[in-house]
Design a protein. Structure first.
Lengths: 270, 778
């Protein structure tokens, strides 16, 4: 689809038409602030955080207002843990690892209202091996960067959704949602993934390249797609009509609470 | 009397019998024949035969045939057609007569010329309303984008017809969606009329003779779409002599050749057009640009032959395609249509036409090599058989009846990996099949000299036929299981009765009022989510999960001519109720989705409005002013919290001014000015942050507007002296004369250079664009 979009833009450019310029608009927005939840439970040990913010005017042009003073708990159906507010709007538990097959329930008591969300942790396939290849699509500027190449079995029995994140020398490169890659198993269900370049071509010889494959739910996958449809993918001839991004948090809150199992592998570029 | 649906057919027959009974009283004879162009032998559609003694007449049909039955006696007949010299004959009617008439363009023939006003009042006298006929000559006087004369862009300048944005060749008629227009080219449906993302339409004006748009009061012989019929007829080809035309334009070139097969018995036409943006790319230094393919072409073919006095056959074909791509990626789409017709005159009163039609729209995209190599194909194909009869019963009654059957094959899209390295399996939807049938009967009857009625009934049926797979959905639109049907299994049948009624009452010599009601049913639709014309059209049929769409339209109009019919004016109001309308859930996935029907949401729509038209057809200054005041709304389950919302193409005000001025023999000038309320859009009312991204929060769907759209275009045509019978016109045009930056869309996004900043940017497509075209005619 990306290529198709480029072709359309290229055609418009060849015709010498199509320009973009800023426009002043009065959006007349006074919706009132709504709670925004950002939370993720994984099967990896370490701290887990729930970030609570509020919506703002579209042209507010400053960081989102923080939602402080909430009571936040997570339950796996057997036991419940309380998250402490370590910074304004950031609720944390120092070490918490989930496990695939369990459902997690998030509960937030904020400003006199109760917000709830639940997330099921799907299992993840194992990586057989990770290799690398010279940027096959010429996406990097000088074309001499390397990209990770994945070998694994896609499970046939389940409907799977994947997120991919890149590490470079042990540091997470894909640290915002916009740098994640994601797919479902449509069209590749049950296939052996026999050396497919995945991730961004960001590696040079000597780097340790890392790739995470992450399970997620269909609901979360659709949320991610909607996030992209409403932001980065806007502006093509194939735009869907603008529509609110769904949420799995109750009581009119926005954002998402998800649970994922993560599988990671590393390879040294030579 | 309460008029229920069941009673309508009975009523029709009663009225017909009544009409026939009147005519039994006296011995009568029939004058019939064809009316053609004297210069090239083309049949003239809608030419008038006026009988002075009766103050009444007949109109030639789509093949130029007319028939008029009169009591024995002496009559003066006047044959006329807009833009042509009239011809008058005195007839002593004592037996059936065949009178074939050839009319010449104004001022070209030195035969007996009688100037009469009657034919120029056609707008007052015909019972039809809410329709417009446009000649290609008129259309070619309208300034065009890059000089490409465009039939659909011309249609968009009429009141009641709206666009959804600049540069789209989709059009919206009285609140109907793009897929609710039936576009016919020589009776074959054209499923995608757009070239190049809709910047141009697929109809090569050099090959077209006649264009007629029905916005309402749709006659019973047309059906299958809710909102409108755009009936385009190709030229037949010159049956008198070899002739041709050619054009060299800014982006394309055209060539049309036509000649008799046997003089006055048959002729053919070949017309082609191709763009040449890619001719310039081969000079590029950049290899990716150099390897790119970038063109569209159209090829129109037609031949006809007169087998005898009573029979004529026609064969027409259209082939058009767009191709874009480079060495890594290719996309291509196009239409192919063909029709073979046989006109047969059974007797002086009964005219018939048998038609076989094929239509195909397909697209392809693919990546030929590598681990992500794939190909993606989709198409829709129709095979149709059709019979139409015109029975010219007497001066008061003209009957039309016929039947039509179509086999549809839908292949909404299938992608599969290609080559050895590919990781892709097959993805997409299996083909489905359907049958669509209709029978119709209508009569046009002069109830009194002042009151004319056209009434008819179309009975339609639709059947899904196996092989096919139908998914069954639960209340949450999730597929729970599927049912597989064997080849030949009919697994769903729908039917509909579609009454069509029109009335005209003459108020005075220069004014009349008209009213119409029609019901229409539509059994196939386009899954389209985006604003612009995309070639990735997915047509899908009614099915066990998708009910056919229905619409009821009421319209009334007042028509008045001024200054000896030089100025025609009309005001029409309409109200349309639309049932089982379709939209898609938020963030729907339409492409390659086998469970597409689960993405659908259904509801209703309503549209109402008023259209004003002032048209000047005579004199040095000609043109029209059209204004539409309208509203179109939808209410679809789950969308916009189940509340009514404006359709994206809802336009409160829409104004077009089209003028052309003939300065002298050498220079013509053209001008258009368009003003329209901005498209209805959804804009953010707030924003939120998630994982480092800033996302919008919206309020109600389509509750905001883009800035108003307006634009002025100019053209000037120079007609130099003919050199060796070749005329060579120069057409200079300027699109968007005052360089208005009309918003095509407004994009809300994060500013990549400034953290936390969100911004609004408008995209506009066409700045001021001058162009030159050279046209030849021989």
């Amino acid at each position: 689809m990306k290529t198709l979009r480029n072709i359309c833009i290229a055609f418009a450019l060849i015709l010498g038409v199509g320009c973009t310029e800023p426009i002043e608009l009065d959006l007349n927005d006074s919706e009132g602030q709504r709670l925004v939840v950002e939370g993720w439970i994984t099967n990896q040990p370490g701290p887990k955080q729930i970030r609570l913010t509020l919506t703002s005017d579209y042209f507010a042009n400053q960081p989102a207002p923080l939602a402080t003073g909430a009571n936040v708990t997570i339950s796996d159906g057997e036991s419940e843990v309380i998250l402490e507010e370590t910074e304004d709007g950031l609720y944390e538990i120092s070490d918490y690892a989930g496990s695939p097959g369990k459902t997690y329930l998030l509960s937030i008591d904020y400003d006199g209202a109760l917000y709830e969300a639940s997330a099921y942790m799907h299992p993840i396939t194992t990586i057989d091996s990770l290799s690398y290849d010279l940027d096959p699509y010429g996406e990097s500027e000088d074309g001499d960067k390397y990209v990770t190449v994945l070998y694994c079995q896609e499970p046939e029995a389940t409907l799977d959704h994947y997120i991919f994140r890149n590490y470079k020398n042990g540091i997470l490169e894909s640290d915002t949602l916009s740098e994640w890659e994601f797919t479902n198993d449509d069209g590749a269900n049950g296939s052996y993934i026999d050396g497919v370049p995945i991730g961004y071509p960001i590696y040079e010889p000597g780097d340790t390249a890392g790739l995470e494959i992450i399970s997620t739910s269909e609901e979360h996958y659709e949320f991610i797609i909607a996030m992209f449809l409403e932001t980065e993918w806007r502006g093509s001839p194939f735009d869907t009509p603008p529509a609110n991004i769904p949420s799995n948090v109750s009581n009119g809150a926005l954002g998402f609470f998800s649970a994922s199992a993560i599988e990671r592998a590393e390879v040294v570029i030579e | 009397m309460k008029l229920t649906l069941k009673k309508i057919p009975i009523l029709c027959f009663c009225l017909l019998l009544l009409g026939t009974a009147w005519s039994m009283a006296q011995e009568k004879f029939t004058i019939s024949g064809h009316i053609r162009d004297a210069d090239n032998g083309e049949a003239l559609i809608g030419a008038t035969v006026y009988v002075g003694e009766l103050e009444s007449g007949a109109v030639s049909n789509l093949y130029g045939f007319y028939s008029i039955t009169l009591p024995a006696g002496d009559y003066s007949l006047n044959y006329s057609y807009v833009g042509y010299d009239s011809q008058a004959f005195a007839v002593k009617l004592t037996k059936d007569e065949q009178v074939d008439v050839e009319l010449g363009l104004k001022g070209t023939l030195l035969t007996q010329v009688v100037v009469t006003a009657e034919s120029e009042k056609e707008n007052l006298e015909t019972v039809e309303m809410s329709n417009t006929k446009m000649s290609v000559e008129t259309i070619s006087k309208i300034p065009a984008l890059m000089g490409e004369v465009d039939i659909i862009k011309a249609i968009q300048l009429l009141p009641g017809v709206q666009t959804a944005g600049e540069g789209t060749s989709g059009f919206y008629v009285r609140g109907g969606a793009v897929d609710q227009n039936l576009i016919l080219l020589d009776e074959a449906p054209v499923y995608n009329a757009a070239h190049l993302m809709g910047f141009f339409s697929v109809f090569n004006p050099d090959a077209v003779k006649d264009v007629k748009l029905y916005k309402g009061g749709i006659p019973a012989e047309y059906g299958g779409r809710l909102s409108s019929v755009l009936d385009i007829r190709m030229k037949e080809g010159n049956s008198k002599r070899f002739a041709g035309s050619a054009g060299i334009g800014t982006i394309s070139s055209r060539l049309t050749l036509e000649a008799p097969i046997v003089k006055d018995k048959g002729s053919f036409l070949v017309s082609g057009r191709r763009t040449y943006a890619d001719v310039f790319t081969i000079f590029s230094k950049d290899s990716t640009v150099r390897d790119s393919q970038l063109y569209f072409y159209d090829l129109n073919l037609k031949a006809n032959y007169k087998l005898g006095e009573k029979d004529r056959i026609y064969a027409s074909g259209y082939f058009g395609r767009d191709v874009f791509g480079d060495s890594d990626f290719k996309i291509s789409w196009g239409n192919a249509t063909g029709s073979v017709r046989w006109n047969h005159v059974y007797n002086k009163k009964l005219f018939s036409n048998f038609t076989a039609i094929y239509s195909n729209f397909d697209y392809f995209l693919g990546e030929p090599e590598g681990s992500t190599a794939f190909e993606w194909k989709s198409n829709i194909r129709d095979w149709t058989g059709k019979m139409d009869f015109n029975y010219f019963a007497n001066t008061r009654n003209t009957l039309r009846f016929g039947l039509i059957s179509t086999v549809h094959k839908f292949n909404p899209g299938k992608a599969r990996g290609v080559g050895d390295e590919t990781i892709f399996n097959e993805l997409g939807t299996n083909p489905t099949h359907a049958l669509e049938h209709a029978v119709y009967l209508s009569n046009e009857t002069k109830i009194t000299p002042l009151l004319t009625a056209q009434y008819g009934l179309r009975v339609t049926g639709f059947q899904n036929i196996g092989p096919g797979t139908v998914y069954n959905f639960d209340a949450q639109y999730e597929a729970i299981d599927s049912t597989v049907y064997k080849k030949g299994d009919i697994y769903q049948t729908y039917g509909s009765l579609e009454p069509r009624i029109g009335l005209r009452y003459t108020l005075s010599d220069n004014s009349s009022i008209k009213a119409s009601y029609n019901r229409t049913t539509q059994y196939l639709q386009l899954a389209s989510n985006s604003t612009s014309s995309s070639p990735l059209d997915i047509w899908f049929p009614a099915s066990p999960n998708v009910k056919p769409q229905r619409a009821d339209q009421w319209a009334m109009g007042y028509f008045r001519n001024f200054q000896d019919n030089a100025i025609e004016t009309s005001v029409e109001v309409y109200y349309k109720n639309m049932h089982d309308q379709i939209d898609f859930r938020d963030h729907a996935e339409l492409l390659l989705n086998p469970e597409l029907e689960g993405e659908l949401r259904t509801g209703k729509g309503r549209a109402y409005g008023m259209e004003l038209l002032v048209k000047k057809q005579k004199g040095k200054l000609t043109g029209w002013i059209g204004y539409t005041l309208s509203r179109t709304e939808k209410k679809i389950e789950t969308i916009n919290n189940d509340n009514w919302y404006p359709a994206k193409y809802d336009k409160t005000h829409d104004l077009s001014i089209v003028a052309s001025y003939e300065l002298n023999d050498r220079w013509d000038f053209g001008m258009t000015w368009i003003y329209g309320t901005g498209s209805a859009v959804t804009m953010p009312t707030g924003r939120f942050e998630y994982a480092g991204m800033i996302a919008p929060v919206y309020s109600d769907r389509n509750d905001r507007r883009l800035p108003a759209y307006h634009r002025m275009d100019f053209s000037a045509t120079l007609h130099p002296k003919k050199v060796r019978k070749i005329s060579g016109d120069w057409v200079f045009s300027i699109f968007n004369g005052y360089n208005r930056k009309n918003a095509f869309s407004i994009l809300f996004s994060e500013d990549p250079d400034n953290a936390n900043v969100t911004r609004a940017q408008k995209t506009y497509l066409f700045p001021i664009i001058p162009s030159v075209t050279k046209n030849f005619k021989f």
